[in-house]
Design a protein around this ligand. Structure first.
Ligand code: KG4
Ligand code: ZN
Length: 338
C-alpha cells in the first residue's frame, strides 16, 4: 500500500509518499523560514497563503520523484491538527480534494503523533513500549507509549514549549528566526560553567515543564553583563545546558515511573546535538537506548505524516468527509489500533 502525506500545520510545506513494504519513496519540503524572518516569527496569514502556492507543486514533484501516478496510491493523509488553523485548513482542503478526485480514502493525521512516530522511518526503529519526549516549537510533552494510539501524557509544558524558549531567547540575543539552531551553534563556542541557569520545576515531583522563566533569566543575564561575543556564547551555553539538563531529569523520572528502557525524542528540538548526547549518556547509564529521527525529520515534514497516515489507513480509520481542522487536539484522545 502507498500513501501520500501532506503537512502544512505551521511554516513548512511537506509532502511525501510512503510504501508499507518499500518505505519512503519520496519526500519534498519547502521551508517558509525566509518569508517570516523579517517579522521575527510565523505570520499565520502569510503561512496559509504560501501553503496554497507550494502544496500542489510539491505533490507533483513527489509523484514524479517516486515515478508514480495518482492511480498507484491507496490513500491521502494530511495533518488535521494541532497547529495554525488557516495553515491546517489548506492541507486539509487539498488533501481531501485530491482524495475525492482520485477516489481514495482521506486520513486525518495528528501532527504530534506524526512527530512521535518519525523514528519509525529509521533503520533501527524503536519497539513498543517506550517513553517519548516530544519537543517542538509548539509543544513539550512526555508521553508513555504502549502502542500506536496508546498514549498517556506524563507531563507537558505549562507555559512556553522548549523550542519556543530557544527561539525567544535567541531573539533576545539578536539571532534571526527561528533562533533555536543558531543559539545552539553559538552555545558551542561558549565556556560551560561561567553562568548557571535554573532547572525549572525539577525541585518538585512530576514531569511538567516550565520554560518561560529561563527566557527572563536570560534577559536579566544579558542586561547585567558586557555585550561581547564570548559573553553571548557563554550565556547561550548556560541556557542550552539548563534546558537539556531539565529535559534529561524529567526523562529519567518518566523511565523510572514506567519501568521502560527505551526513550524516543522527536520534534524540532530533538535535532539538538547537546540534547542527543546527554540523553544517550543517560540511557547508557540506565542500560537502555535512545531513538530519534534523522535531523531533517526532527522538524516538520511530510514523511512522518505519510507514515502515521499509513498506520491509520491500515487500521481503516477513514474519517467522515468534510474539511475539518483541529487547532487544539489532545494526543491522548487518539484511539489504539484495532
Ligand atoms: O517540530 P517543529 O519543526 O515545529 C513544531 O511543530 O513546532 O520544531 C521547530 C522548533 C523551533 O522552535 C526550532 O527553533 C527548534 O525546533 N529547533 C531547535 C534545533 N533545531 C530546531 N532547537 C534547538 N536546537 C536545535 N538544533
Ligand atoms: Zn511539529
Amino acid at each position: 500500500m502507498r500513501i501520500l502525506g501532506i503537512e502544512t500545520s505551521c511554516d513548512e510545506t511537506g509532502v511525501a509518499i510512503y510504501d508499507d513494504e518499500k518505505g519512503l519513496l519520496a519526500h519534498e519540503l519547502y521551508s517558509q523560514v525566509k518569508l517570516h524572518a523579517d517579522y521575527g516569527g510565523v505570520v499565520p496569514e502569510l503561512a496559509s497563503r504560501d501553503h496554497v502556492k507550494k502544496t500542489i507543486p510539491l505533490v507533483k514533484q513527489a509523484l514524479a520523484d517516486a515515478g508514480l501516478t495518482p492511480s498507484d496510491l491507496d490513500g491521502v493523509a494530511y495533518t488535521a491538527g494541532p497547529g495554525l488553523v488557516g495553515a491546517l485548513l489548506v492541507g486539509a482542503t487539498i488533501g481531501r480534494s485530491l482524495a475525492y478526485a482520485w477516489n481514495l480514502p482521506a486520513v486525518a493525521v495528528h501532527h504530534m503523533e506524526g512527530h512521535l512516530l518519525a523514528p519509525m522511518l529509521e533503520e533501527n526503529p524503536p519497539e513498543f513500549p517506550f517513553v517519548a519526549l516530544l519537543v517542538s516549537g509548539g509543544h513539550t510533552m512526555m508521553v508513555e507509549v504502549k502502542g500506536i494510539g496508546e498514549y498517556r501524557i506524563l507531563g507537558e509544558s505549562i507555559d512556553d514549549a522548549a523550542g519556543e524558549a530557544f527561539d525567544k531567547t535567541a531573539k533576545l540575543m539578536g539571532l534571526d528566526y527561528p533562533g533555536g539552531p543558531l543559539l545552539s551553534r553559538l552555545a558551542d563556542q561558549g565556556t560551560p560553567g561561567r553562568f548557571t541557569f535554573p532547572r525549572p520545576m525539577t525541585d518538585r515531583p512530576g514531569m511538567d515543564f516550565s520554560f518561560s522563566g529561563l527566557k527572563t533569566f536570560a534577559a536579566n543575564t544579558i542586561r547585567a553583563n558586557d555585550d561581547d561575543d564570548q559573553t553571548r556564547a557563554d550565556i547561550a551555553c548556560a541556557f542550552q545546558e539548563a534546558v537539556v539538563d531539565t529535559l534529561a531529569i524529567k526523562c529519567k523520572r518518566a523511565l523510572k515511573e514506567t519501568g521502560f528502557k527505551r526513550l524516543v525524542i522527536a520534534g524540532g528540538v530533538s535535532a539538538n546535538k547537546h540534547l542527543r548526547a546527554e540523553l544517550a549518556k543517560l540511557m547508557e547509564s540506565l542500560g537502555g537506548e535512545v531513538f530519534y529521527p534523522r535531523t531533517e525529520f526532527c522538524t516538520d515534514n511530510g514523511a512522518m505524516i505519510a507514515y502515521a497516515g499509513m498506520q491509520r489507513l491500515k487500521n481503516q480509520e477513514i474519517m467522515d468527509l468534510g474539511v475539518k481542522a483541529h487547532p487544539r487536539w489532545p494526543i491522548d484522545t487518539l484511539k489504539p489500533l484495532r
